[in-house]
Design a protein around this ligand. Structure first.
Ligand SMILES: Cc1cc2nc3c(=O)[nH]c(=O)nc-3n(C[C@H](O)[C@H](O)[C@H](O)COP(=O)(O)OP(=O)(O)OC[C@H]3O[C@@H](n4cnc5c(N)ncnc54)[C@H](O)[C@@H]3O)c2cc1C
Length: 385
């Protein structure tokens, strides 16, 4: 028993090996910690929030200037994981945000670029139309372009981090569901159907399952379904990554924001609706993602037909996923006073993937040093109490 002999099953246990947990496992293993990861499925699966082939990373952060140093550190760590794994995970394509001057997609990145002296280019409507005829750009729309942006390969990033961690001695229990977590300031425990594991610290990175597993987070996180679609390009070379960046497109209300990627398969462009009337559908990850249907395709067809030229607006395929949303759309990262021995990672609100590498480093610091010097005060898990 740990109370007497102080022997534990692992220094740190990481519950959930999706985007955040896999990176945490890797960063802990890099520090030489004795770490065990527990994942209910097989890492790289499509039942959580980290599938669908691509995730945007951008530096001049629209969602707040405070994210900029985090994304800069995340970028560095993604490159480090590429080195460690020998895999290409981050493609730098640049990013283009399209919207009216007052929209969060233009005003947000401008504020971040100015605050942190980042390189960018602001395109007026005429230059936007000339350089990116892909968009049916209405009068008054601007383009914000930055070079230090691109996309990540989410499934590969998860499996690469788990493999890099295992190469450093981490242990992984796959297809093993955690049924309960018992907080304790010295020896928190993780329960599965077969056994109870004791650790010195537990990082809980359970994505959309977090509210059920840690009920103290239930009032801070709501899970919603989102769908990604792939659209055939008339001329795929016009949308090739050398010419066409990752993008987001929105209006002044922020209620019609979509995003997407260049053509990386030689045929299609992937697009997602971030906000759009009618898409807010509560989801329960334990039941699986509700499969895409005709209503999803019709909504996409209207949005894509209205926004682009050169794309067939009817999706050739669609995949469902889910957002774990907090009320302010900022993350939950860190400990809670009423849950000693635990670090919580959750509520990534549809924009967390790009940060997963630095969130993993932050969680590793909480687990082994009891805190972090990286700026996470805006992510305090107590702020909605
Ligand atoms: C459609 C879509 C598009 C997005 N686009 C972007 C983007 O372009 N850029 C960006 O930065 N972000 C984007 N995001 C957000 C980003 O993908 C998520 O914030 C991120 O993947 C969340 O990672 P996570 O580790 O919290 O959750 P997940 O990846 O879902 O991981 C949670 C893991 O915990 C495991 N787990 C849960 N409960 C248990 C249990 N009891 N026992 C064991 N294991 C358990 C699950 O099986 C899962 O593997 C997007 C999200 C979606 C859905």
């Amino acid at each position: 028993m740990p109370g007497t002999s102080e022997r534990v099953d692992a220094d740190v246990i990481v519950v959930g090996l999706g985007a955040m947990g896999s990176q945490t496992l890797w960063r802990l293993a890099e520090r030489g910690a004795d770490v065990l990861g527990v994942e209910q499925f097989t890492p790289g699966h499509a039942r959580g929030a980290s599938h669908g082939e691509s995730r945007i990373i951008r530096s001049a952060y629209a969602e707040g200037t405070a994210y900029v140093p985090l994304v800069q550190e995340a970028w560095r760590l993604w490159r480090e994981l590429e080195e460690a794994s020998g895999q290409g995970l981050l493609e730098a394509t640049g990013a283009l945000m399209v919207g009216p001057a007052e929209s969060s997609l233009i005003a947000g990145p401008l504020a971040s670029a100015r605050a942190w002296e980042l390189e960018y280019e602001l395109l007026d409507t005429a230059r936007l139309r000339a350089r990116y005829p892909h968009f049916a750009a209405r009068e008054g729309l601007l383009g914000f372009h930055e070079r230090r942006a691109g996309y990540l390969r989410p499934e590969a990033a998860v499996t690469a981090a788990v493999a890099a961690a295992e190469a450093r001695g981490a242990r992984v229990a796959r297809e093993t569901a955690v049924t309960g977590i018992v907080p304790d300031p010295r020896f928190p425990r993780v329960l599965t159907a077969g056994r109870s594991y004791t650790a010195r610290h537990v990082v809980v990175a359970a994505g959309g399952w977090l509210p059920r597993l840690v009920p103290a987070t239930a009032s801070s996180i709501s899970v919603e379904r989102r769908v990604m679609g792939w659209f055939r390009a008339d001329d795929p070379s016009a949308f090739a990554p050398e010419r066409f960046p990752v993008f987001a497109h929105g209006d002044a209300s922020g209620e019609h924001d979509l995003y997407g990627f260049p053509c990386v398969d030689g045929e299609t462009v992937k697009i997602g609706l971030h906000t759009w009337p009618g898409i807010e559908e509560p989801a329960d990850p334990a039941r699986g993602h509700r499969p895409p249907d005709r209503a999803d395709a019709e909504r996409f067809a209207a949005a894509v037909g209205d926004t682009f030229t050169g794309l067939d607006p009817w999706p050739v395929r669609m995949v469902a996923c889910s957002y774990a949303l907090t009320p302010d759309r900022h993350f939950l990262v860190g400990p809670r006073k009423d849950l000693p021995g635990l670090t919580l990672l959750g509520g990534f609100s549809g924009h967390g993937f790009k940060f997963a590498s630095v969130i993993g480093e932050i969680a590793a610091q909480f687990a082994t040093d009891g805190g972090t010097a990286l700026p996470v005060s805006a992510f305090d898990p107590h702020r909605f109490d």
